[in-house]
Design a protein around this ligand. Structure first.
Ligand code: TTP
Ligand code: MG
Ligand code: MG
Length: 426
């Protein structure tokens, strides 16, 4: 008997559609189809109801009537002033050119009538956990890639090979929609790299199947930037060499790419352009962030207890850095958390251009965050957090780690951190 041939690898990438906005529309179905953007403060539903009660006292407003709130009660983008940034926008708003990471004032010029809703991370995390649980019930080999996306290994799942994965993808979409009312898009391909690109092909609500023989027709026409791991810097450099599409990248000799982009990144670019990627789907859920915090024996004051606070702060940064290095992660969102003597907490974060696990770099950025909080009150707790983690050796991260070796502090960094340290708690 000949051996049964091994099944071809079928890897899915699933990404929720307009995730934060779609979760908001579950509580405010009256906004369906309208341009809506999510951003600005973290106003709570309770505050909104209180305001509603004040402005429209003719009836009682409770949290189970959110769907009855008149559309004209919601704030619109044109009335917004400030420096807030949009986290995401509904597809109706995207038609006006509005999207993630855009400043809200700019978005207001493009789509003044868009409704503006505050972010509610707890709610998004709740739905995030729910849709991932639903997937795991159907396909057990799943890799968590953040709040709204996962990779799923379809290879050995019943139905996972049928129509290239379309049958299973449809089942997962239906299961998520029936349980939550949320839609997602799925790409199924021979590996993660292509699956990630494919999930974007038919957003929202799409399924895209890519077979190895589709490389030339479906992948090569795309701009290099669509490769997860080609950032703006690498893309700019590729363009300087006249390489715009993945096909143009594929036509370059591997040696040429190595010569111009370094041994590791150059070789990786070549493999990526030829659709080669052997990374497994890793089920162990990767941490999203790592943090250290400490509650003081007695409440400390930023000026009077400056030395003590400064030392604690540095130690927390060193501990987080050590945690990251031990577990092999780097992260680029550096955050702080304070709790005041009145038990009110505040957090601030700042995102670096490159992920790091370096204590000094963390200390420097966390210090910047500290400048953005009120330090006149006494503090009872201080915490430092590094988020947006990626594995230190990930392909997606190679470009950065090549430019900034782990642990290295650029001269600019070192100089500014020297200048800033003494003023931190002033
Ligand atoms: P994405 O999956 O990139 O975007 P999306 O789900 O809103 O829309 P799409 O249909 O194109 O997938 O990001 C998931 C969530 O992460 C998004 O809803 C909000 C948040 N986010 C930010 O807060 N800032 C950002 O710059 C981006 C890109 C996303
Ligand atoms: Mg999404
Ligand atoms: Mg996503």
């Amino acid at each position: 008997m000949p051996d049964t041939p091994a099944l071809p690898r079928r890897i899915a990438h699933l990404d929720m559609d307009a995730f934060y906005a779609s979760v908001e529309l579950l509580r405010y179905p009256q906004l369906k189809g309208l341009p809506v953007v999510i951003g600005g403060g973290r106003r709570r539903v309770d505050d909104m109801l209180a305001q509603l009660q004040q402005e429209r006292p003719e009836r009682e407003w409770t949290s189970d009537q959110l769907g009855e709130i008149p559309v004209d009660f919601f704030p619109v983008l044109k009335d917004y002033t400030g420096r807030g940034v949009i986290t995401t926008a509904t597809y109706a708003a995207r038609q006006f050119g509005v999207g993630s990471a855009m400043g809200m004032m700019k978005a207001a010029r493009l789509c003044p009538q868009a409704l503006l809703l505050p972010v509610d991370f707890d709610e998004y995390r709740k739905y995030s956990r729910q849709f991932k649980r639903l997937i795991l019930d159907i396909a057990p080999v799943m890799e968590d890639r953040g709040v709204d996306e996962v990779y799923i290994d379809f290879t050995h799942v019943p139905g996972g090979q049928r129509e290239g994965g379309r049958v299973l993808a449809r089942l997962i979409q239906k299961s998520i929609f029936d349980a939550t009312g949320l839609t997602c898009s799925i790409g199924v391909a021979p590996n993660k790299l292509i699956a990630k690109m494919a999930s974007e092909f038919n957003k929202p609500g799409g399924i895209s199947i890519v077979q190895p023989e589709d490389l030339q027709t479906l992948i090569w026409p795309l701009p290099c930037r669509k490769i997860n791991g080609v950032g703006p810097k690498a893309d700019e450099k590729l363009q300087q060499h006249g390489i715009r599409t993945i096909g143009e990248l594929a036509s370059r000799e591997r040696d040429w790419l190595v010569e111009h982009f370094g041994k590791s990144y150059g070789a990786w670019l070549h493999d990526a352009a030829w659709g080669r990627d052997e990374r497994p789907v890793v089920t162990e859920s990767a941490p999203v962030s790592m943090s250290r915090e400490t509650t003081f024996e007695r409440d400390l004051h930023a000026v009077r207890d400056k030395a003590e606070l400064g030392a604690v702060f540095t130690r927390l940064c060193e501990q987080v850095a050590a945690d990251l290095q031990r577990k092999g992660y780097v992260g680029k969102t550096i955050g702080i958390k304070l709790r005041y003597d009145n038990f009110k907490s505040v957090t601030r974060d700042q995102t670096l251009a490159h992920p790091t696990a370096d204590a000094q770099a963390i200390r420097q950025t966390a210090g910047q965050c500290l400048k953005r909080v009120d330090l006149t009150r006494r503090l009872r707790l201080l915490g430092v957090r590094v988020g947006a983690l990626v594995k230190a050796g990930d392909a997606a991260n190679r470009e950065e780690s090549r430019k900034i070796p782990p642990g290295a502090v650029t001269p600019a960094f070192a100089a500014s951190s020297r200048a800033e340290t003494p003023q931190l708690f002033d």
